[in-house]
Design a protein around this ligand. Structure first.
Ligand code: TXA
Ligand code: MG
Length: 352
């Protein structure tokens, strides 16, 4: 057992429009001294440490209980940093950076010598992204070092979309939590591997394959590899986003049929004495279940993305036995939503 001082973590509320300089300075100093700072990005909260300090990066893995072969994204505030952290940047990657950065797009590139292998899970490639969130950018700039940061949750749990989730999962394992309120997007960045002749999406996100395709002409999806022995992205083989309760996703082309199946499953489980939670949408009819939570609107899937992880955590708080979820169309950000939902459900998907 490690002995942590009782006062950890220090929680600092920060203005998201104009982050207070003195607060950012305190957090940056912790980063420079090899400590851990949780901070908001536009997608989810990250658990940050100095990316070129191997001990600091190793402490991220310990705090999250993260498998050591699952590499971490390095966050930069300045494109110049990318030239120090990588080698042989393809022209196309430069163009993507110019267009999509700062923003929720992570690029996998060949790593340079200064990136420690502990950050890349032993790989010769490194994941890099420049977030647009003001607090992230100010923290990275003020630290003067690139910041390695996975999502700030315990490995396997839903990603944190507010400071409360971070504190619940990591508590005293973090030195400082910068609390900038709920995150904007709610699902993690799109991860695009640029080391292949045809770039490959390893994780879908709010920057969609449709948008990337416009730029790249052709693109591969790593989706089919999810269950392979050696997936392209090491993170894919590990358990992800999982709530404590069982979960089933119902998907299909006809919303009415999805609804009917969700209600049928709810009755089936309630008849067995189970406590049933349903993740519904504002278009859903009134369900009969123990707990029904509206995730957002099918007409604007961004609303669902924003609430997704908060809702999964909420069902855990309410101790439901089973979570039933209405699937959405796998288009645009719907692909990212379904990716997270299917993983959270350990691929228990019913197609109707
Ligand atoms: O939006 C985000 O990306 C958030 C915020 C904090 O920036 N970060 C995040 O990090 O989601 P994490 O560690 O939870 O997810 C990173 C994903 C993992 O699936 C990991 O396996 C993959 O990126 N990854 C990282 N480096 C890689 C590499 N060199 N090659 C292949 N996949 C890599
Ligand atoms: Mg994560």
């Amino acid at each position: 057992m490690s002995k942590e001082p009782a006062c950890k973590p220090v929680i600092i509320k920060v203005d998201i429009e104009r982050p207070e300089k003195d607060k950012i300075r305190i957090a940056a100093e912790v980063i420079r001294n090899g400590g851990l700072v949780a901070f908001p990005t536009e997608t989810v909260y990250g658990l940050g440490a100095d990316a070129i300090n191997p001990e600091a990066v190793a402490s991220i893995f310990r705090a999250k209980n993260r498998p050591v072969d699952n590499p971490i994204i390095v966050h930069v505030a300045d494109k110049e940093e990318v030239y120090k952290l990588t080698e042989d940047i393809p022209v196309m990657a430069e163009e993507l950076m110019d267009f999509f950065w700062p923003g929720p797009l992570t690029l996998i590139l060949k790593k340079s010598e200064i990136v420690p292998y502990v950050a890349t899970g032993g790989l010769d490639t490194v994941a890099i992204r420049m977030p647009y969130h003001r607090i992230s950018l100010d923290l990275i700039s003020e630290s003067g070092v690139p910041i390695a940061a996975p999502s700030a949750n315990t490995a396997g749990k839903p990603s944190p979309t507010n400071a409360k989730h971070v504190i619940y999962d990591l508590g005293a394992k973090v030195d400082i939590v910068l609390d900038g309120g709920p995150t904007i997007i709610g699902v993690e960045s799109t991860v695009l591997d640029m080391t292949y002749p045809t770039p490959k999406i390893l994780r879908p996100g709010v920057i969609t394959s449709e948008e990337l395709m416009e730029f790249l002409g052709s693109i591969d999806m790593a989706e089919i590899e999810m269950k392979n022995e050696t997936p392209t992205s090491p993170g894919m083989k590990h358990k992800h986003y999982a709530p404590n309760s069982d979960m089933i996703v119902v998907e299909g082309g006809d919303f009415k049929i999805i609804v009917r199946k969700v209600q049928e499953l709810a009755y089936e489980h309630m008849n067995k004495g189970k406590k049933v939670g349903i993740m519904a949408t504002s278009e859903s009819p009134e369900y009969d279940a123990d707990i029904v939570t509206i995730a957002g609107s099918r007409a604007d899937l961004n609303t669902i993305a924003r609430n997704l992880f908060e809702i999964l955590r909420g069902f855990d708080d309410q101790r439901v036995d089973i979570i039933l979820v209405e699937g959405v169309e796998k288009k645009g950000i719907g692909l990212a939503i379904m990716d997270r939902l299917e993983r959270a459900a350990s691929h228990r998907v019913i197609r109707v």
